[in-house]
Design a protein around this ligand. Structure first.
Ligand code: 5AD
Ligand code: SF4
Length: 460
């Protein structure tokens, strides 16, 4: 008798790095249950949508895909579990419940293990995955008791790179942002637990870690003050000291919490990479204030100056929102000017998108028309792209140590990896995944570099 076919899963991820990390946990958990990846959602016993709700676009994309999922479930005679996890579940649960009754289980961003419990339950009842009776009955545990997903197994997208969650939630009150509502108040993970996890990752062959949190540099604020190290700067130093970890990064810090001790730790720790994502959001003081960013344009520029004084070659990237309610043309041009002054190596640019329940969503009278938002966005993108291109030119002619991620999709002898500044490089060479090799950079674009592996010539 042949062994039963393994059950198959399909995970679709939207949104930020934190979500990508949560999806690694979801995948790891499903594989621990003996499941294997499906080739498409039609072929899957369990389909998981890990959602984002930071802007309206991902919401709409999810709704389209959920409608398609109804079709795949029908084609399988109902034998498919449709699960929805992540931030949208927390923000839009009513819509989800009302309009998509074929969804079997939904779990908030802090509740990944609920998916496992649900599958366990449906197995336990003898129904088996895919035969869960009724629809919409599996909703529970939406964000009530948040837990760090770090206890769950994981399947890393890049074997030599791991994301490590250091905190969850956010205590800021940015007027445009839904995150505090969906991810809750900030909670820091215990210092020693993080370091232990990273030691374990190093023992598993991981060479690069990315510390993750909604507001990483306020890490530790609510941890007890007399129980040993607890600040973000101390954490960077502790991670730097872990044997086997060659590269440390983090995302995202808040400019208002970027203290001198963090800058000093970055500059002094050789494994903390010369790269920083520092979301500015806007360049005009009135807009920054309306956004409740708690810093001014001048303070942001001072901070950049301080960071560059300590690390002259650092790569800085940012997030910018254009068309915040009431933003004038002159204020928008101040944002463009900020980008020109800082000279970012890259920027994620967004059109303001109202999120129900946030402060800015109530400023309807001063919303900027979509066509105008689009015009500003295109103007800003052209500016940041040309600056990024120029910034990347500094690498041409340099030899950079590149952590190899694998074969370049374009084939033979072409590999891909990342530099210390986190720039993607495609290069010719014979290194293997996980190696750090010298690559001579021959060409730069705003997004990536092209190079050739430097092969040591034997002496004699
Ligand atoms: N509209 C547009 N962009 C937003 N972001 C967050 N909320 C909104 C919104 N309502 C952007 C910010 C943030 C990034 C993750 O998404 O720039 O840093
Ligand atoms: Fe999207 Fe924010 Fe949730 Fe990340 S934390 S998935 S950006 S809503």
């Amino acid at each position: 008798m042949s062994a039963p076919e393994p059950q198959r899963y399909h995970v679709v991820t939207f949104g930020c790095q934190m979500n990508a990390h949560d999806s690694e946990r979801i995948t790891g958990m499903l594989e621990q249950r003996g499941m294997q990846p499906a080739t498409s959602s039609d072929d899957a016993d369990v389909v998981v949508f890990n959602t984002c709700t930071v802007r309206d676009k991902p919401d709409q994309k999810l709704y389209t895909q959920l409608k398609q999922a109804k079709g795949s479930k029908r084609r399988r005679g109902g034998a498919q579990v449709i699960a929805v996890g992540g931030c949208l579940v927390e923000a839009q649960r009513d819509i989800l419940l009302r309009e998509f009754p074929w969804v079997d289980v939904a779990f908030g961003p802090g509740r990944i293990s609920d998916l496992g419990n649900y599958l366990e339950l449906s197995d336990g009842e003898g129904a088996g995955v895919g035969l869960v009776p009724g629809s919409g009955e599996g909703y529970y545990g939406i964000g009530d008791e948040r837990v760090f997903a770090s206890e769950l197994p994981t399947r890393r997208e890049r074997p030599h790179h791991a994301w490590v969650q250091i905190s969850m939630g956010c205590n800021m009150k940015c007027a445009y942002c839904i995150v505090p509502a969906v991810r809750g108040r900030e909670r820091s993970r215990a210092f020693s637990e993080i370091v232990t996890e990273i030691e374990q990752l190093a023992a598993d062959g991981v060479r690069e870690v990315g510390l993750l949190g909604q507001n990483v540099n306020s890490y530790g604020n609510e941890l007890p003050r007399d129980a040993g190290p607890r600040t973000f700067a101390e954490l960077l130093r502790a991670v730097d000291a872990v044997q086997g970890i060659d590269r440390v990064r983090y995302t995202s810090p808040h400019p208002a919490h970027m203290r001198d001790d963090v800058i000093a730790a970055m500059a002094e720790c050789s494994t903390v990479m010369p790269q920083l994502h520092l979301p500015a959001q806007a360049g005009a003081n009135r807009v920054l204030k309306a956004m409740r960013r708690t810093y001014t344009r001048e303070r942001y520029l001072d901070l950049v100056h301080k960071i560059r004084a300590a690390m002259p070659d650092i790569s800085l990237s940012t997030d910018i929102i254009v068309g915040f309610p009431g933003e004038t043309e002159a204020e928008f041009l101040e944002t463009v000017d900020l980008c020109e002054q800082v000279r970012f190596d890259g920027a994620y640019t967004f059109s303001y998108s109202p999120r129900a329940g946030t402060e800015a969503a109530a400023m309807e009278a001063s919303f900027i028309p979509a066509a105008e938002q689009q015009r500003r966005l295109e103007h800003l993108i052209a500016t940041v792209r040309s600056i990024a291109n120029e910034r990347h030119e500094r690498f041409v002619g340099r030899t950079e140590p590149v952590l190899v991620e694998g074969a370049d999709r374009r084939g033979r002898q072409r590999l891909r990896g990342r530099t210390p500044h986190n720039v993607k490089v495609n290069f010719e060479g014979d290194a293997v995944q996980g190696d750090i090799v010298p690559v001579s950079i021959v060409h730069a674009t705003s997004e990536s570099l092209l190079g050739r592996q430097v092969v040591a010539v034997a002496a004699g």
